[in-house]
Design a protein around this ligand. Structure first.
Ligand code: E4P
Ligand code: PEP
Length: 354
């Protein structure tokens, strides 16, 4: 008899249950405070009570614990300086949705060598998030596998549903049960509708299959997540952060009674995947906010310790602090962009009278 199931499955490997991983990598009081305060601050920005700019900035992907924490320490210090005008949340991205194939992130392949030690990856992700939150820096990540949130979502202030998964019912259902505000990217072809559909689906309750904290398969009944934010990331043929794009998005969001405060992704298709162009998007968004455009509530930037990107071949040959996925701006430029925007938002008395 030919087997009817698992024909293309090599093997299956049991994983530690979420509850046990969490009890081994426990959240501290200070990390808990960071998560709660980060989520509340984002909600206030989304509801318009807080007029600060929500900035999600950090590496395209995390592949090195030491570099991630060095970046987090620098960002924490900068966040403190600009906190009167900006809420800074670090991009701590562990799951990469690939267009075809490629390294899928630290959770999937933490040793960067196709050994796919996901148990170690989940623990590494949790440890990094614990340390980042412990510093007082809130974290954002893209959630790709529907099981991952059970292991790390208590450490997230913001989650993203990416351009490749905004249309996926599984991701919308997952988002409907998440405890933090969620950003929904427009589709890779630039269409807004998939993100608008996702926002409507995710604010509704759903019942679907998942795992509980013991790792048992179960039916998950959600309440619906009311906190959604549209993220404009550009499309295959053009960017979509121009005033007319934002205007169109705002009218569509309002017509559906969805949150009309938008995030612009400076990277991806808005900069034609050229990291050296992210500053153009950033400066344009900052200027338009200064000119009074309140719909532009958030900005996303892909940034690392050092600029550019490098191919992942031999992990031992990797340069420290350089992205192994999308090209990123370096720390120097990141600091310059954030500080110069802050100075424009917070002019000194001398600048005001000049
Ligand atoms: O942000 C990351 C990438 O843009 C995304 O994972 C797709 O990458 P790829 O087109 O190189 O696979
Ligand atoms: C993959 C990402 O973006 P997008 O879904 O817009 O391609 C990302 O922000 O890392």
């Amino acid at each position: 008899m030919q087997p009817l199931q698992n024909v293309n499955v090599r093997d299956t490997v049991p994983l530690i249950a979420p509850r046990y991983l969490k009890s081994e990598e426990t959240i501290s009081d200070s990390a808990m405070r960071t998560v709660v305060e980060g989520r509340e601050a984002i909600k206030r920005i989304l509801s318009g009570e807080d007029s600060r700019l929500f900035v999600t900035v950090g590496p395209c992907s995390i592949h090195d614990h030491v570099a991630a924490l060095e970046y987090a320490r620098k960002l924490r210090e900068l966040a403190e300086k600009v906190k009167s005008h900006m809420l800074i949340v670090m991009r701590v991205y562990f799951e990469k949705p690939r267009t075809t194939v490629g390294w899928k992130g630290l959770i999937n392949d933490p040793h960067l060598n196709e050994t796919f030690d996901i148990a170690t990856g989940l623990r590494a992700a949790r440890r990094i998030l614990l340390e980042v939150n412990d510093m007082g820096l809130p974290a954002a990540t893209e959630l790709l596998e529907s099981i991952t949130p059970q292991y790390i979502s208590d450490l997230l202030a913001f989650a993203a549903i990416g351009a490749r998964t905004t249309e996926s019912p599984t991701h919308r259902q997952m988002a409907s049960g998440l405890s933090m505000p969620v950003g929904y990217k427009n589709g890779t072809d630039g269409t807004l509708q998939v993100a608008l559909d996702a926002m409507q689906a995710a604010r509704t309750s759903h019942s679907f299959l998942g795992i509980d904290s013991e790792g048992k398969t179960c039916i998950i009944n959600t309440k619906g997540n009311p906190w959604g934010m549209l993220v404009l990331r550009g499309g295959r043929t053009a960017p979509n952060y121009a005033p007319e794009n934002v205007q169109e998005a705002v009218s569509k969001l309002r017509a559906l009674n969805l949150c009309d405060r938008i995030m612009v992704d400076c990277s991806h298709a808005n900069s034609n995947k050229d990291y050296t162009k992210q500053h153009i998007v950033w400066n344009d968004v900052i200027q338009r906010r200064l000119d009074g455009e309140t719909a532009l509530a958030g900005v996303m930037v892909e940034s690392n310790l050092f600029p550019g990107s490098q191919p992942l071949k031999n992990p031992a040959d990797l340069k420290y602090g350089v992205s192994i996925t999308d090209g990123c701006i370096g720390w120097e430029e990141t600091e310059e962009l954030i500080l110069s925007a802050y100075e424009k938002m917070n002019p000194t008395p001398a600048e005001v009278t000049a």
